[in-house]
Each structure stands twice: as structure tokens, then as C-alpha cells.
Design a binder for this molecule. Sequence first.
Ligand code: SF4
Ligand code: SF4
Length: 323
Amino acid sequence: MLEKARLVSGFLKYKYLKRGPFYASYNVTFRCNSRCTYCDYWKSEPPELGTADALKIVDRIAESGAPMMDFSGGEPLLRNDMVELAKRAKEDGMLATMNTSGLIRKEAVIKELSRYLDTVTISLDGLPDVHDEQRGIKGAFVRSVGTMKLYKAAGLRVGINLVITRRNADTLQEFFDYIADSVDFITVQPVNPSVKFKFSDEAMRALISMKDKGKLPLDYKYIMGIRDYFDGNFTKVCEATKLYFAVDPMGQLTACPPRHDIKLGSLLEKGFWELLDEHGAEAMKEIDRCSGCYLACTVGWSYQMDSPLITSAYNGARTYLSH
Ligand code: SF4
Ligand code: SF4
């Protein structure tokens, strides 16, 4: 109940007063057991905080006022304390979500997580051959879909996130036909950084059909902009440190989920607002120099918040609530 009240007030505060942050992404680890063709995280094993410090980071995120946080990675379930971290987020009154590949399947952990998380998002990039190729693991699709069903059976809201690439763009409809009825929602985002290719009318229609069915909690403006992004003509939209921020595995406050290199200092030492006061102006120079991104957790949220239809905007956030 507390998290719902926080979500509504956080949403209204940002929408009408531009006072945030609304959303935080905590990359609890950069270790990963996937081998995605478009990502380098799995090639190294950078250090991360132990449980006591990671719990402190969750508290710091809550103190920032953000009503919503996402546990991400790497693969968050490579840590053995995800249940504790999710529990703390819930105790702190936040709506808590987690992104996972679904390759790690521990039934007892899934059951425990279902008590504290509102939503789990499984990464699925298409039908088996496409997904396995893009994620670099043979048999990944079958395993991830099996895990997805366990989260669902445990009572969680379950969505999928699909990274659109040249490889999967033309089979989107086929994939959605297969998966849509098994999940509560689908989010998509074009691969980052950008690659140019012709995003077909058929692929556009596949996205719009999911939106029309109420499965895609992204604003139409964001969906329509995906084609422009792949054409190389997108406008930079950035609300880093205002609407959203991120935290890296060592507890460093960073500008946004994709720019871990823009650091504002350690959240173990100081709170969000103090770090923003001390280093915000400097970080803003880097943010201004950034050439842009087109991710669902950055631009997607900006468009959602800007939607003139308050119900459409709020429903985007509400998607992640469990009940
Ligand atoms: S699952 Fe995520 S973090 Fe892991 S390799 Fe793929 S894109 Fe990178
Ligand atoms: S434009 Fe750059 S700084 Fe802004 S959210 Fe995107 S990646 Fe981050």
C-alpha cells in the first residue's frame, strides 16, 4: 500500500512540478552468465559491494525519494542476496522490479522474491534461434521461458524486454504471436549504441499491434521514434539525474543506466541529494556532451511522463505494480 501511495505522489510530483527522481536503476553486479552479442559486461568480473553495503545503497535510493527502483545487472541473480535486497526495497516503501535473463532458476529463491518484488522482467530477444544467437547461449530460450512460467506461477507480474536489432526486427510479429498471451507486458528498446538499418513497416506494425492490445506500456511517441532511431535521426531527450539515476555495483551514483562513466560519488559516503549538490554541475557538463540514447528506461520514461493523457502516462508506471 505504501509503495502505491509513493508511486502516485512521485508520479504527480514529476509530471506537474518536474521534481524527481522518479526511478532508480541499481546494477547490483556487472557479472553476467549471458553472452550477448551487443554487450561487453560478461567479458569481465568487476568488483561489487557485499550485502551490508548493498542494503545501505537500497536505503539511500529510498531516501532520494524515488518511488520506484529496478535491480539490474549484469545478472542480479548471480548474487546470493537478491532476496535480502528485494526485501529491503519493499520495507523502504519502494515499488521494486528486477531484470533477469531467466537462466538462473532456483525455485526457492523465486518463491521468496515473489513476496517482495512487484515485477520481474525477463530478457527475451525473439524466437529460439534468434534469442539463443543474440544471447550467445544455446538452449537459453527454452530455459528462460521455463523460468518465466515459474515466476508467473509464484504470483508475480512478469514481463519481457526485447532488444531490437537488425537480426530480430523482421520476426517481431511472429515472436509476439507466440509470447504475448503468456506475459503481462512487453517492453522493447533498440540496441544501444545505435546501428543504422531500415526498420520495416511490418516491424512497426508488430509494435503497434502490441500497443493496441495493451501489452506494450510505452508511449506511442517512443514507439514511433524507433524507426527514426534506426535511421539515425533521433533527437536527444535526456533527464539524467532528474527523472532517473543509476547506481553501479560499487555504489557509485551515476548519471543514468547507460552512462556508468559519469559518476557523482559514492552513495555509501553521502546521500543522493548531497552528491548532486556537490557534483551535479560537473556531471551536467558531461551529460550535455553525451550524444544521446534511446532506451526504454531513459527516453521511454520521458515520453511516458510527457504524455498529455495522464491515464496513459500513469498506466506506464502502474504496469510494474503487482496488484
Ligand atoms: S544479459 Fe544484459 S548484462 Fe548480460 S550480457 Fe546480455 S545485455 Fe549484457
Ligand atoms: S542522453 Fe546520455 S546522459 Fe542522457 S540518459 Fe541518455 S545516455 Fe544518459
